[in-house]
Write a protein that binds this ligand. Structure first.
Ligand SMILES: C[S@@+](CC[C@H](N)C(=O)[O-])C[C@H]1O[C@@H](n2cnc3c(N)ncnc32)[C@H](O)[C@@H]1O
Length: 293
């Protein structure tokens, strides 16, 4: 047998060994995943520490791993339509509700899509996110001196480091919090200046509460009234439904006609009517909840 054939046979043998290892590891992976799920499913066992660990782990490199509309919203269709809508809606909300426009804070700013938009309304904007990878990228791409980015976990960052703000936008953080909600909410109120406005943009369920827990991703969807009652009641001011959120559902599960897509490309606010007509009202919803200092 010549040298080449010997090499190829050796390669085939190696592939077989690798495949055996892969099978063994897959079995182990399934066993470990099932173990996590078994405890997550339990009503009596407290898995909070694991959930926090998984969440932090997920966001650490989520921006390079996922493009799915459900987590990261880098999906091109969703970005084009959902965010065009949300930005228009937020522009209106800011103009209507925010008296002073000196400093703004964008918490869980992700790729800075909103941070950049807020800089058209405020003299200075700070974007903060857990993902070091994403914040480094934001800073590299940033050419606006009014904007700065910080890579920090908002739950643990010393709040005095941030200063105070006329406007705070939280683009989906409470959905990832379970126990610390009251502590984080009162910390947010403390960061607001006089007449300041806080907006939480959160996904909710119309009835009851729902927890999405997987070995990769954790989210806690509250009832639609959760953010207006209890600890939130005193400072709650008003809420706006964020129909842009359901673009993900339109895109994934419904056959929305091309003419409608063209309509929303021309006028993103038209999404409201399309969502009302196509999406079951009990599907997960999203709101901009406003609080006043
Ligand atoms: C669903 S994404 C939303 C990103 C952005 N606001 C948007 O709408 O495109 C949630 C973001 O929250 C960030 N995040 C999650 N937990 C956080 C925490 N404890 N502190 C700061 N950022 C956090 C994640 O890194 C991620 O960028």
């Amino acid at each position: 047998m010549n040298k080449l054939n010997k090499e190829l046979i050796a390669a085939k043998d190696k592939i077989e060994k690798i495949n055996k290892k892969i099978k063994k590891l897959q079995k182990k992976e399934k066993y470990l995943s099932d173990k996590i799920h078994t405890y997550f499913d339990s009503e009596t066992i407290d898995t909070q520490d694991t959930e926090e660990y998984i969440l932090n782990y997920f966001w650490k490199d989520a921006y390079s791993k996922y493009i799915d509309g459900g987590f990261i919203t880098n999906d091109p269709f969703v970005v084009e339509h959902r965010f065009a809508y949300e930005i228009k809606k937020l522009d209106k909300i800011i103009k209507k509700n925010c008296i002073n426009r000196t400093r703004a804070l964008d918490i869980a700013c992700g790729n800075g899509r909103y941070t950049r938009e807020f800089a058209t309304h405020f003299n200075e904007v700070v974007g903060i996110d857990l993902s070091q990878e994403r914040i480094q990228q934001n800073s590299k791409e940033n050419n606006n001196q009014a904007i700065s980015y910080i890579a920090e976990n908002f739950v643990t960052v010393p709040k005095e480091k941030l200063g105070t703000f006329d406007f705070i936008y939280v683009g989906g953080l409470f959905t990832y919090l379970n126990k610390e909600i009251d502590i984080i909410y009162s910390a947010l109120l403390k960061l607001l200046k006089k007449d300041g406005i806080l907006i939480l943009r959160e996904g909710v369920l119309k009835f009851g509460e729902g927890h999405q827990k997987s070995k990769n991703y954790i989210a806690y969807y509250k009832n639609v009234n959760f953010y207006t009652e209890g600890i939130f009641k005193k400072k709650f001011y008003k809420k706006y439904r964020n129909y842009g959120y359901n673009v993900t559902h339109l895109h994934k599960y419904f056959n929305v006609k091309k003419e409608k897509i063209i309509t929303i490309t021309k006028n993103p606010l038209k999404i409201e009517k399309i969502v009302k007509n196509h999406i079951d009202n009990n599907t997960r919803q999203n709101y901009f909840y406003l609080y006043k200092k």
